[in-house]
Design a protein around this ligand. Structure first.
Ligand code: ADP
Ligand code: ZN
Ligand code: ZN
Length: 751
């Protein structure tokens, strides 16, 4: 009899160990990488076979038997198993949890297993779900709009539902509404009152299938050709080599990706293209389709488990050679990978914020190394970490310094909003921006206005001189806390009262910052000839509508597109000649050591939207602190200087890439217990840190949202150039197995 080790696929945080089962002779054909059904804790569970435990173990009665085998082949090959093991170790999660990432529809497969009378597994409900073809959709009616306008304090849930329906650009499904906290009961009531309509609509399985377009061919520029040659060589030689493709906005990076993809296909190999989790997928897919027709599978963030299963199947069987997808696509079962491309490699959506908190770029680099293939990291504003790796020559640095048609980068103008105030312009729009919006509309051109809302109302700023209050120890903005009316540093926990006057200019007009989003929209709409369309990223709900909104805007019915961060991302709308950014410096005030990096990237991306057609672009950055270095460098579109100065600052403060962070979060419904556990943890880590050079342990302190769903959240943060020592100490400690202790390695948010 053989015995095998199995990782149990249950979403249990602390299931770090594996279990040994006996393998009945009829299943003797399976080995590591197969999925099995095993008895576990008086029930059955899905398990992943991770290795052999030997043959003829003593006391065989101690081991239960594998009940069944899932699938006709192992899901994990040697490479995938290795990647899962690495991920579990690096990101400090159970192996099963890492392995779940590679399975389409993690839990639905398990939960919906259907058994026959003989107790044998028959099939999975997953397959049934493929038949689901319609869904209920809701839209607000005219009387619903009236009811909303009239308002009703005693029907808050109904009003909230109407508000959402009213703000949506199209009909919404019950599921989307549910995600917004709208219950089926409320929807029934609304339909009864005729405040909203309900219809059954077909669910489209493949939203990309129908679209196709004509392939454009260009002669590559010298820089493009150079990049294509360098990477193609690595593809042909099957060489593991990371490349940083640093190219200004509109420099033709996508054109390079397409040529490289063709080169990999010519070698008979597969290509993974990762894209950020935003509406951009459609644009890149379209360009890929014009080159490679149906040889493409797509993973986007709204795929169901069964659709994801289809996509993975195409890659596994080689039915498709190219996979384009958001971060989870990095787990696809490639058999013959030849190239990985990561577009907008700096983008934050590559980092998963729920456990396991992996970064898709790191996983991609790891898998590519195993396959021995090149990785191309593309961006106009690379992450500081990647830039550092490039200048340290760990990545090969490729550059696209100009736009292919010789078109200049847009002209960027900084407008000082303090002067506007002094000169009695109380609008959120500067006079320059107002004039330019009107001029643009009159000329039949289009404009994008970015409301930089990130960080609003959490930081304290002087309205007169633009000074923000930062922590003297950590050089990040202090966060305003409503409770306690104090400011707190989320790195070191330092708390300070809100000053009565500005420490720099002594103005009394110092306060936490308010939004003005609504105001901006109204003021823009009031300008002559301006028809404004709005796009927002705050709710997942509206995320659905991005593509529709973009194509609506692209069609020319509107001349101004207004929105938050999302409007800054890489869409290519040739008629856009003006970009305005309101509070362009507010992203700098995030309580985050990456605040400058993010602000720089956002402003550069936003500026890159202007002048992509034949007409030159004009960008207006409205700021409160016109002297700010990051804003000035962004206006000059001088990434290299920015990155070098930022690296210098990070080196002085010992921030990544010179050190790494590890965040440990304790959740507990009892606040005192959460704090006590976190305090013990902090003491434990302090003890590790005491013999180490430059290692710091911060906290415990409450998370920025200190309490979520009645669970208190308390963080401890470690910063060290040798973070591995802390990881090992925790791994060997009882904290690893504690149900309510979570690890985030290289956190994006240290809050
Ligand atoms: P990026 O991905 O760097 O933003 P794109 O690949 O989207 O840039 O290219 C920007 C624009 O330039 C696109 O409209 C593209 O079709 C065009 N383009 C790209 N390469 C060339 C080239 N070699 N010659 C002419 N036009 C090009
Ligand atoms: Zn001041
Ligand atoms: Zn601090």
């Amino acid at each position: 009899m053989r015995y095998i080790n199995v990782a149990i696929n249950l979403p249990v945080k602390n299931l770090f160990r594996q279990f040994t089962y006996a393998l009945p002779p009829q299943f003797d054909y399976i080995g590591a990488g197969w999925r099995v059904i095993v008895p576990f804790a008086r029930k059955t569970a899905e398990g992943f076979v991770v290795g052999e435990a030997g043959t003829n173990l003593p006391q065989p009665e101690n081991y239960k038997e594998v009940q069944d085998v899932i699938g006709a082949e192992p899901w994990f090959d040697e490479e995938m198993l290795e990647a899962a093991r690495w991920l579990a170790g690096y990101y400090m999660c159970p192996l099963a949890e890492a392995m779940r990432l590679f399975i389409p529809g993690k839990s639905s497969i398990k939960r919906h297993a259907v058994y026959g009378d003989d107790g044998k597994l028959l099939y999975y409900e997953l397959e049934n779900r493929l038949k689901e073809k319609t869904q209920s959709c809701y839209a607000i009616t005219e009387s619903g709009r009236q009811a909303l306008a009239a308002g009703n304090n005693r029907a808050k849930a109904q009003m909230a539902a109407l508000e959402i329906l009213n703000g949506a650009a199209r009909e919404l499904t019950a599921k989307e509404l549910e995600a917004e906290g709208i219950s089926a009961a409320v929807l029934r009531t609304l339909v009864q009152k005729d405040w909203c309509s309900r219809s059954e609509q077909r669910v489209l399985r493949d939203s990309y299938a129908a679209k196709s377009s004509v392939k454009q061919s260009f002669n590559l520029t010298d820089e493009q050709q150079n990049a294509v040659d360098a990477v193609s060589k690595a593809i042909r030689e099957k060489r593991q080599e990371p490349f940083l493709l640093q190219g200004v906005t509109g420099s033709g990076k996508t054109e390079v990706y397409l040529n490289l993809t063709a080169a990999a296909l010519a070698e008979g190999r597969q290509v993974l293209v990762l894209v950020p989790e935003i509406a951009l997928t459609a644009q890149i897919v379209k360009r890929y389709q014009s080159w490679f027709k149906g040889n493409i599978a797509v993973v986007h963030s709204k795929l169901s488990a069964s659709e994801r299963a289809d996509v993975f199947y195409k890659i596994r069987t080689g039915e498709a050679q190219i996979l384009i997808g958001v971060r989870s696509a990095v787990f696809a079962p490639f058999s013959n990978l030849g190239l990985v491309i990561i577009d907008e490699e700096h983008d934050q959506s590559y980092k998963q914020e729920e456990r396991p908190c992996y970064h898709a770029r790191e996983v991609a680099l790891h898998r590519a190394a195993y396959f021995g293939v090149p990785v191309v990291l593309g961006s106009a504003t690379p992450s500081i970490e990647s830039y550092y790796d490039a200048i340290m020559k760990r990545y090969t640095h490729l550059r696209l310094t100009g736009r292919p048609n010789g078109q200049p980068l847009p002209k960027v103008q900084i407008v000082d909003m303090r002067k506007e105030l002094q000169e009695k312009n109380f609008s959120v729009l500067s006079r320059t921006l107002q004039q330019e919006l009107v001029r643009t509309a009159a000329a039949g051109e289009q404009a994008i206005v970015l409301l930089n809302r990130r960080g609003y109302s959490t930081f304290v700023m002087c309205r007169d001189c633009g000074e923000t209050i930062t922590c003297p120890h950590c050089a990040v903005a202090l966060v305003y806390h409503e409770a306690g009316k104090a400011m707190r540093c989320h790195y070191c926990g330092n708390t300070m009262p809100i000053p009565d006057e500005c420490p720099k200019c002594h103005s009394k007009r110092i306060k936490f910052f308010g939004t003005g989003t609504q105001k901006a929209q109204e003021q823009i709409a009031a300008l002559p000839e301006v028809k404004v369309l709005r796009m927002d990223q705050d709710s997942t709900l509206r995320k659905f509508a991005h593509e529709e909104i973009l194509s609506e805007f692209g069609s020319g019915k509107y001349n101004v597109l207004i929105g938050t961060q999302i409007v800054a991302k890489g869409h290519d709308i040739p008629n856009v000649t003006l970009v305005g950014v309101l509070s362009a410096d507010s992203a700098l005030n995030m309580p985050d050591f990456r605040a400058s990096e993010r602000a720089f990237s956002l402003l550069t991306q936003a500026a890159g939207r202007a002048g992509r057609g034949d007409k030159p672009g004009h960008v207006i950055l409205q700021v409160y602190d016109a002297d700010n270095r990051t804003v000035q460098l962004a206006a000059a579109q001088d990434y290299d200087t920015f990155a070098q100065e930022e690296l210098e600052r990070r080196r002085e403060l010992n921030y990544p890439p010179y050190a790494a962070f590890l965040k440990i979060t304790v959740w507990d419904k009892d606040e005192a217990r959460a704090n006590a556990t976190a305090q013990e943890l902090a003491d434990f880590l302090q003890n590790v840190a005491k013999d180490m050079d430059g290692a710091e342990v911060y906290g415990p302190f409450a998370g920025i949202i200190g309490k979520v769903r009645d669970l208190y959240r308390v963080n401890v943060l470690v910063k060290s150039a040798e973070i591995g020592v802390f990881k090992q100490a925790l791994w060997d400690s009882p904290y690893r197995d504690m149900k309510n202790v979570y690890f985030d390695v290289d956190p994006f948010n240290v809050l």
